[in-house]
Ligand binder design. Structure first.
Ligand SMILES: [Zn+2]
Ligand SMILES: [Zn+2]
Length: 333
């Protein structure tokens, strides 16, 4: 069968030869004008009914891509765009390579893109000081405040990657710790729990009625995260035993019994754990002489100390010691 248009070449597509087909058929169409809506605060871009934080370059590409209207059947296509600076009104050239059976068609469209600014819902909330939850950090030692805050920031960032409505509204330093105001109470609870798991802190949750919305009560929640008195490296007392704390995870405290060197794990929920010596109060001493479980030490003030030890220590070595009441304990390594 010959081409119905030219009558010379063989008809291949829609009754037309390749040449006539390419002359006659348009695969794509693009509007001459394209609107792009950007949040002036966070630069999120509006796609139909939702907002996304993507680089403007990628956003422009996607907006052009989703505006393509296909006028003919095709197998695949590639879009290439080039454009002026993304601001105000700027020109965009869109080249679409269309593949259909053996045909490769290149179609070029010229568009004028127009930037509009509109505050996104997330920023509307943010700039309205919106919050649903307060995480109260309590019981922190001065030298660890920054580390714990950094951990919380890192967790907020982590969860905000999946939930763009999560942000830190404000943070307030108090005499007793820090108050962090968060926009999402569910995420706040996750983060409060993560702090608890990492630092062995306890969590108390108290909801407060904050008003009504759409006929339902609205609650704000305060998550009080209280760190325990003890830390890894401290010595605590549990049921009459002294433990050098090696690990705290949730309510579990793991350590070494400093009298016999045995490992022990306790649940602080079931057994009260009391701080006895902080890690910065642990001293060093030199072993002058040891025999049969007795040891003579020289402390940093050159005082001689005689004490007992249940494990081997080498003469001349440096050991760590803790003073509890009138007793001096050599700590297992
Ligand atoms: Zn033809
Ligand atoms: Zn925004």
């Amino acid at each position: 069968m010959l081409c119905i248009e030219c009558g010379k070449r063989e008809a291949k597509y829609d009754g037309l030869c390749e040449e006539c087909f390419l002359k006659k058929v348009k695969f794509t169409s693009l509007p001459k004008h394209l609107d792009m809506t950007i949040c002036p605060h966070c630069h999120a871009v509006k796609f139909g009914g939702h907002w996304e934080s993507v680089p403007l370059e990628d956003a422009l590409f996607r907006l052009v891509d989703r505006s393509i209207e296909f006028l003919h059947e095709y197998d695949s296509y590639e879009l290439h765009i080039s454009h002026g600076d993304i601001e105000g009104e700027f020109p965009v050239e869109a080249r679409i390579d269309v593949h259909f059976k053996d045909i490769h068609a290149e179609e070029v469209h010229y568009i004028t893109a127009d930037i509009h600014y509109e505050s996104c819902p997330r920023c509307n909330r943010f700039f309205g000081n919106y919050f649903e939850a307060i995480i109260q950090l309590r019981g922190m030692r001065e030298n660890e405040v920054q580390e714990i805050l950094n951990f919380v920031y890192e967790r907020i960032e982590h969860h905000a990657r999946k939930n763009e409505n999560l942000f830190l509204t404000k943070e307030v330093e108090k005499r007793e710790g820090w108050d962090l105001y968060l926009s999402d109470k569910r995420e706040a609870k996750k983060i409060a729990r993560e702090v608890c798991a990492r630092y062995g802190a306890s969590l108390k949750e108290s909801p407060q009625l904050a008003g009504r919305k759409d006929g339902r009560d609205l609650y704000r929640v305060t998550y009080a995260v209280r760190l325990p008195d003890y830390r890894v490296g401290d010595i605590v007392e549990v049921e009459g035993n002294y433990l050098l704390v090696e690990d705290i995870s949730g309510t579990f405290v793991k350590g070494i019994n400093i009298e016999d060197g045995r490992k022990k794990s306790v649940d602080s929920k079931k057994h009260p754990v009391n701080l006895v010596v902080r890690r910065d109060e642990i001293e060093k001493a030199i072993v002058v002489y040891s025999r049969d479980g007795t040891v003579e030490l020289l402390d940093r003030n050159n005082n001689i100390i005689d004490t007992k030890v249940e494990f081997e220590v080498r003469d001349g070595s440096t050991v760590r010691i803790a003073r509890i009441g009138d007793d001096v304990y050599v700590l297992p390594e």
